[in-house]
Design a protein around this ligand. Sequence first.
Ligand code: ADP
Ligand code: MN
Ligand code: MN
Ligand code: MN
Length: 372
Amino acid sequence: MAASVSSSSHLNKTVRQHYMSLPQRDKCLVTYIWIDGTGEGLRNKTRTLDREPKGIADIPEWNFDGSSTSQSDRKDSDLYLIPVCMFRDPFTLDPNKLVLCEVLTCDRKPAAKNHRASCNQVMEKVKDYDLWFGMEQEYTLLGLDGRPFSWPSNGYPEAQGPYYCAVGANKSYGRDIMECHYKACLYAGVKIYGTNAEVMPSQWEFQVGTCQGIEIGDHLWVARFLLHRVCEDFGVVASLDPKPMAGDWNGAGCHTNVSTNQMREDNGLDYITEAIDKLSKRHPEHIRLYDPHEGRDNIRRLTGQHETANINTFTHGVAHRGSSIRIPRETFDQKKGYFEDRRPSANCDPYSVIEVIATTCLLDSEVKQESK
Ligand code: ADP
Ligand code: MN
Ligand code: MN
Ligand code: MN
């Protein structure tokens, strides 16, 4: 993050309104969104269609220069953008669209960091279980100077305690972002479930869900795009780093809530216990897939402090927020419901997370066979 901020970096946003209200003469803007070669960054570019697409099939494939996104080399740099999920555009408004894309190479194989393709195959295999997911995206607002938004430039705010779900100018930092992002998600058609202020000041959470299968990944990635785009309008940055401030400050995760049809039915708790048992045997593999750097990001967050379990140990418990897997109190009492995997990092790829959860919990025997 740049340490100094240019004095010419602010545009007059009231002027913009005039142009935004000009008619579009029946044309439609479609903004293609994709995950870049870092596995964390999002890219986007826009083109004009002659009419409003009514569904994903009406949006043509496109391409981009993969050598500029760390996804291909310079000699053979064209990559394909394959539209997979369409949303309304809350920035330029109807009839304009946002479209999330998968990235394919020139021989139409999944490009680097396209984890959606393999995830989709696993979701197909387990579709009889009717998997539901909800993901809790925590994030931290930063100023362009890289410091958490509204923190003193040469010091720290009062220690953690008063900020979680707080109200008041001295306790709630950056609520505008949260509210504008929420409305943008609803307008777009992203399944946003709720939101809350987090334990560290300037840290927030929104939840996406409850979604079926691959849909959680699609909606979470677009919710992230909307967050970065809203923040851009306000001149702040949303960081998904799992531990933006070292020391006695909470990190940021992406708790993943999971259920199958069997877990949601009477005595489904038995199936939850079985899934937790399987998860306990594959902890290191899950940790490798729960951040984009094989656990090296999450190691700063999963310390055993600040409502986390230590990265090297697998634990579970009812209503226990210091464990790897938490069974919600209500699920335990009703003997049916869902479980929460608290390990994924805020910057995880949701496709990788749900792929490995589904594989471990539901395709266990198949995995063992493959590794023989
Ligand atoms: P927490 O108490 O851990 O902070 P939140 O209220 O932030 O939980 O989020 C709850 C999440 O659980 C939501 O994303 C929601 O979609 C998800 N969820 C609720 N019921 C189910 C279910 N049966 N299966 C999977 N996910 C679920
Ligand atoms: Mn939550
Ligand atoms: Mn939280
Ligand atoms: Mn949670």
